[in-house]
Design a protein around this ligand. Structure first.
Ligand SMILES: Cc1ncc(COP(=O)(O)O)c(C=O)c1O
Length: 353
């Protein structure tokens, strides 16, 4: 594994350039937050287990044949909101002081983070306000509303939506939730890997898609405790490589954000996840959006799995990685396939008989 000890540093004030995507962009928590401890991650796992059963981790002969080795698929697409992010919201609500929780949660997002906060608020019997830009896809906004959250449409892009969410928090005393830099959310996302390394302690590498990096940071923190031999490999779209560039340079970098795959659409890096990824990731693979589309198709046809693009990115990264070891896992982080994801599925040829 490549271990890097250079500390991550922010040297230029990178502002939000992400146009969306489940990542509320350009915001930092008021004080420098610290990565969750393993004890905090285990407590998050206990809180989550009250509401969610462990997700399956299966391998499929047809997919193994394509990859030329065993590929374990960790099925976060089976979560009730359709994505692993639901763990973050539940873990946050479980640790937030009761008075702050009672004041209600507010965030800005159009994606799986929004559904997570809405879901957790409903479980905790508090309110969620989600600020969405006018560009937000109707289906995702509807899903958030159906979970009982108040949706506020504001501004053309996430930049304006984030600013408005923070303003609402300040004006109305609600608790603003930063999706990438909040330790309790990272602890919640890390619980995917508590399950995975218990299900498959023999894994040699796990491939994790990266937007803000909160999920991959969780993977590294748990790997260090439960499976120190296992490599964690980050995967990002080459059409939105801010996290990759920041990881490679050890500085906060912005990058164009042009990916079609919303869960990966960040235009800047998030400090807290990057501080863990710097030493934690063995390597980082960039894949094109078309390769991600093909991976969506492979999961559908070879692993009976409906995935959104971000949820198939780990598989795309594994297939792109010539150094992949014999026993690997890919995290199918989400199944909220958009119309575009579905349209990209090639019709499956009918069997000869
Ligand atoms: C389905 C899915 N996969 C991956 C990611 C990226 O996760 P993270 O922001 O923790 O890097 C997201 C982010 O919203 C997502 O929704």
């Amino acid at each position: 594994m490549r271990i890097v000890t250079i500390p991550f540093c922010r040297t230029d004030p990178v502002l939000d350039r992400a146009e969306d995507a489940g990542q509320t962009a350009g915001v930092s928590a008021p004080t420098a937050p610290k990565a969750p401890s393993f004890a905090e991650i285990l407590r998050a796992a206990e809180a989550i287990a009250v509401h969610l059963p462990p997700t399956p981790a299966w391998s499929y002969p047809a997919l193994d044949a394509v990859a030329g080795r065993e590929v374990v698929v960790k099925h976060e697409n089976t979560q009730p909101t359709g994505a692993f992010k639901v763990r973050g919201g539940i873990a946050l609500a479980a640790t937030m002081p009761a008075d702050q929780l009672a004041n209600g949660l507010v965030t800005a997002s159009t994606g799986n983070h929004a559904q997570s906060i809405a879901y957790a608020a409903r479980l905790a019997d508090t309110t969620a306000t989600i600020v969405v830009p006018t560009s937000a896809p109707t289906a995702k906004v509807d899903a958030v509303r159906l979970l009982g959250a108040t949706v506020v449409t504001f501004g053309p892009t996430m930049t304006e939506a984030v600013a408005h969410a923070r303003q609402l928090a300040a004006e109305r005393g609600m608790s603003y939730v930063d999706p990438g830099n909040t330790p309790a959310i990272i602890a919640g996302h890390a619980t995917v890997y508590v399950e995975l390394f218990r299900q498959r302690p023999d894994l040699e590498a796990v491939y994790v898609p990266i937007g803000s990096g909160s999920g991959a940071a969780g993977a590294c923190l748990v790997r260090d405790e439960l499976a120190p031999h296992c490599l964690v490999v980050g995967v990002q779209s080459s059409a939105a490589p801010a996290a990759y560039r920041s990881w490679a340079s050890r500085r906060a970098e912005a990058a164009p954000c042009q990916t079609r795959h919303s869960g990966l659409a960040t235009g800047h890096s998030f400090d807290l996840p990057q501080s863990v990824l710097a030493a934690g990731l063995a390597s980082f693979v960039l894949v094109g959006d078309d390769a991600i589309d093909r991976a969506v198709g492979l999961l559908a046809h070879k692993a009976h799995t409906l995935s959104e693009g971000a949820g198939a990115a780990a598989l795309a990264g594994l297939l792109h990685d010539d150094a992949r070891p014999a026993r690997c896992a890919v995290v199918c982080t989400g199944g909220n396939a958009s119309d575009d994801d579905l349209a990209a599925l090639q019709p499956r040829p009918l069997p000869a008989d």
